[in-house]
Design a protein around this ligand. Structure first.
Ligand code: SF4
Ligand code: SF4
Length: 439
């Protein structure tokens, strides 16, 4: 293991650029024979990964080569959907750099789920609840590797975020915004007004979260900000309080099992049965700990709620409730045996155009336009807990002057990364949760 590269990845404040923000350095482990670059851009309407590849392919490959060197990984596959490979003029199997090859993925949903992508690209299935490294695989997102190249080669820490501004807007834009920028400022700068009856989603329409855009900020994990009408399934499915949803699930489920038949994790052979989870909500059978434990195997793709259930029930939300109970008790399902995919898996994957139609986002599906001029902010709020692990610990005081890239918070103890100033300015607020900088 090249510890110097690993150390520079931590020092650079690099975390996974989607999902939960897992510190990238901590994923580096010996024993991998394959690295996958996740450029699957599984979520509709997002153009972020595609634009990064189009504009910064050499930096992404440079970052990949550094990780390969650090962990002695012999081969890397750049995993992207067929339609994006075509737009970039890439073909399946093409060697882009020494030992880095293109791997085309089918245009189906959900293929960006780590477990699904590993199976699709390598034919290996990670045992339920285990880490990809147990099957000799490490997965990094495109932007993470771009950030690795900047941190290791140029000593630049992470201070900005590539993201798509899309949905019901005139143009779909891909911009680079300072981390911590207020979403309302970003919208105002681009002339975007969120109409009455619309919501803003941080992330994609399938798995993203509705945010209060007047107070929200750009996070290290923000891949997109979508302005969408409340009535479409992509937004309506995220509403309602959990108690109502669970009582709806317990009173209306006919136990048709369609949610389980279509569940992508179940189709890979994982012991996850959403129809049984819904049944436990009704308390009509005795709940076994194993039944609840398997909730940790759900990847929250939403297929069960958007494509499977004809009763308007969201097994995903029932499972999310169980997952939060498991999380609080630090419990998760860990399988000790290999699993095999269902023979009908391939035919049950959902074509991406159909998925967009089910979510109601087809009218907003547009080619992204890249603005190469980095967005400037006058105020940023840097959260200390934007990553999994210990929060960063502020090392500046009110009144200090900082420049872009200056350290403002050290990594906490254990798993953690530091935080850096994303604008030139003055520190106007500090506590253990956030630092505010004003230009
Ligand atoms: S959200 Fe539903 S379909 Fe997706 S993995 Fe979880 S249970 Fe399966
Ligand atoms: S698809 Fe809906 S009705 Fe059928 S078992 Fe699942 S939750 Fe129940």
């Amino acid at each position: 293991m090249n510890l110097q590269i690993k150390e520079l990845m931590q020092k650079g404040g690099i975390v996974g650029n989607g999902g939960a923000g897992f510190p990238a350095y901590a994923k580096l482990a010996e024993g991998a024979d394959t690295m996958l670059i996740n450029a699957s851009e599984c979520e509709p309407l997002l153009e972020t990964d595609y634009i990064i590849l189009r504009e910064q392919m050499s930096r992404v490959l440079e970052g990949a080569a550094l990780v390969m060197e650090a962990a002695d990984i012999p081969r890397t596959l750049l995993c992207l959907k067929k339609h994006n490979a075509e737009r970039l003029g890439l073909s399946d199997g093409e060697e882009l750099a020494p030992r880095i090859y293109v791997k085309e993925l089918p245009d189906v949903y959900p293929i960006g789920d780590e477990v699904a992508m590993i199976y699709q690209a390598t034919g290996r299935i990670v045992r339920p609840g285990n880490l990809p490294i147990t099957k000799g695989v490490i997965v990094y997102n495109v932007e993470t590797l771009y950030n690795v190249a900047l941190a290791v080669k140029e000593g630049k820490p992470v201070t900005e975020k590539w993201l798509t501004i899309g949905g019901d807007v005139e143009k779909t834009l891909v911009v680079r915004a300072p981390i911590g920028m207020r979403v309302r400022d970003l919208f105002a700068m681009h002339g975007i007004v969120v109409p009455e009856g619309y919501s803003v989603i941080d992330g994609g329409p399938s798995m993203g979260k509705v945010i209060h855009y007047r107070t929200a900020t750009v996070q290290t994990t923000t891949k997109g900000l979508l302005i969408l009408p409340d009535y479409i399934p992509a937004v309506a499915g995220k509403g309602g309080d959990m108690k109502t949803q669970i009582s709806r699930a317990s009173s209306m489920c006919c136990q048709c099992t369609r949610c389980t038949d279509m569940c992508p994790r179940n189709l890979l052979g994982y012991p996850l049965y959403p129809h049984l989870m819904v049944r436990t909500a009704a308390s009509v059978v005795e709940v076994t700990p194993e039944m609840i434990l398997s909730a940790s195997l759900c990847c929250s793709c939403g297929v069960c709620e958007t494509a499977a259930c004809c009763q308007g029930i969201s097994p995903r939300n029932v499972i999310l409730e169980y997952k939060s109970i498991l999380g609080k008790n630090r419990m998760k399902f860990v399988g000790n045996e290999d699993v095999t995919p269902d023979e009908y898996r391939d035919s049950r994957m959902i074509p991406i155009t159909r998925w967009k139609g089910l979510l109601g986002v087809l009218p907003y599906d547009r080619e992204g336009i890249y603005n190469p001029v980095p967005v400037k902010a006058t105020v940023v709020e840097l959260g200390m807990g934007q990553h999994i692990g210990a929060p960063s610990v502020p090392c500046v005081a009110v009144g200090d002057t900082v420049k872009v890239g200056d350290l403002v918070a050290n990594a906490g103890a254990g798993l953690s990364v530091p935080t850096y100033a994303s604008i030139n300015g003055r520190v106007t607020y500090v506590d253990d949760k956030k630092i505010i900088l004003e230009a």
